[in-house]
Design a protein around this ligand. Structure first.
Ligand SMILES: O=C(O)CCC(=O)C(=O)O
Ligand SMILES: [Fe+2]
Length: 351
């Protein structure tokens, strides 16, 4: 077998040097890999303040303050750390736990869930789609979670035993948290509450990606995940409880995302930048490796129904702020087609 078919986890365990196609060749685009830049002062937002009771006619002052913090966070950073989400630290650790346990299982067990050629879902390392691609030093398990009838349960691990129910419960919680956040985002821009949620539609997609970043002997030359902006609407990331590595790009600098074990890291994707007519940002981010410790994360991508046309909310377009983006359908496919042509999807949908 070629070494290419080894997972990153196997190469790491066997003490292999990262093969040539994992080494970053052109590191001029975002500078050389700085594995530990300063911590990013990313706003921490208490989303429990957005849970006003239906009977209260006016928002409390506290809610107003938090909404303003949200608007400011999403227009400058495009991300924030969410606390007050109602899930206990024990439960978040359980989600991290089943992820760690899955990756710790013997390879023959994990291979039962392998991603088939040309598919997106399943277990495997970074997939090769073009010749000059620089590969990411990480293994993933990708699963469609919603709409529920689109789950491919044969790819949902049976081991560890509590995997399915834990991920299911976590996703259910995140889905209702998303509802609260969509409303808050709209309110923070003085829009009707459902301005964003209605663009996601009844059949909105939630795609899960459980990621393992094994230790890497060349952290200055290899990325865990190359710089990108998410194609999603909104991404919710549960970071490793101890090991840092995620970085965001702000004001021409890469900064380290701090770890707050009981918080969810939320970042917007391109589709939310489009819907907000560019007011909210879809931030560039990347993950660096380290030579000592393994790291996991759990990303849930919330995307609009593929067949629904999305575009800037009408009330965010006026003389002072002209329409920045065209309407677009099936951004996932569009994004992929752009990527293959070497184009940036967001630039291509500029009005
Ligand atoms: O694992 C992380 O920290 C980030 C994951 C991510 O950015 C992604 O999967 O799009
Ligand atoms: Fe991402």
């Amino acid at each position: 077998m070629l070494s290419v078919s080894k997972t990153v986890q196997e190469m790491s365990k066997d003490g292999d040097e990262p093969p040539q196609h994992y080494i970053v060749r052109d590191n001029t685009l975002f500078g050389p890999i700085d594995t530990s830049p300063p911590l990013a002062p990313i706003p921490v937002i208490d989303i429990s303040l957005f849970l006003t009771s239906p009977s209260s006619l006016h928002s409390s002052l506290q809610e107003e303050t938090e909404l303003e913090k949200l608007r400011s966070a999403l227009s400058s950073w495009g991300c924030f750390q969410a606390i007050g989400h109602g899930m206990s630290i024990e439960f978040l650790n359980k989600v991290r736990g089943v992820t760690e346990e899955f990756f710790a299982m013997p390879m023959e067990e994990k291979r039962k869930y392998s991603r088939a050629a040309g598919e997106i879902e399943g277990y495997g390392s970074d997939s090769v789609v073009s010749e000059n691609q620089v590969l990411d030093w990480s293994d993933r398990l990708s699963l469609r979670i919603y709409p529920e009838d689109q789950r491919k349960l044969r790819l949902w691990p049976k081991q560890p035993q509590s995997f399915r129910e834990t991920i299911d419960e976590y996703a259910m919680n995140i889905r209702s948290i998303m509802g609260i956040i969509f409303k808050a985002m709209a309110k923070s821009l003085k829009l009707e509450e459902n301005s964003f949620s209605k663009q996601f539609g009844e059949e909105a997609i939630m795609q899960g990606r459980l990621i393992l970043y094994p230790p890497c002997s060349k952290p200055n030359q290899v990325f865990g995940l190359k710089a990108h902006s998410d194609r999603s609407g909104v991404t919710i990331l549960l970071q490793d409880k101890q090991v840092k590595g995620l970085q965001v790009f702000k004001d021409d600098k890469w900064l380290t995302v701090p770890i707050i074990p009981h918080a969810l890291f939320l970042n917007l994707g391109d589709q939310m930048q489009i819907m907000s007519n560019g007011i909210f940002k879809s931030p560039m981010h990347r993950v660096v490796t380290n030579s000592e410790r393994e790291k996991i994360s759990v990303a849930l991508f919330n995307e609009p129904e593929p067949e629904k046309e999305i575009g800037p909310v009408d009330d965010l377009v006026d003389d002072k702020r002209p329409r920045l983006y065209k309407n677009v359908k099936n951004y996932a496919r569009f994004n992929y087609e752009c990527f293959q042509k070497g184009l940036v999807a967001l630039d291509t949908v500029k009005f």
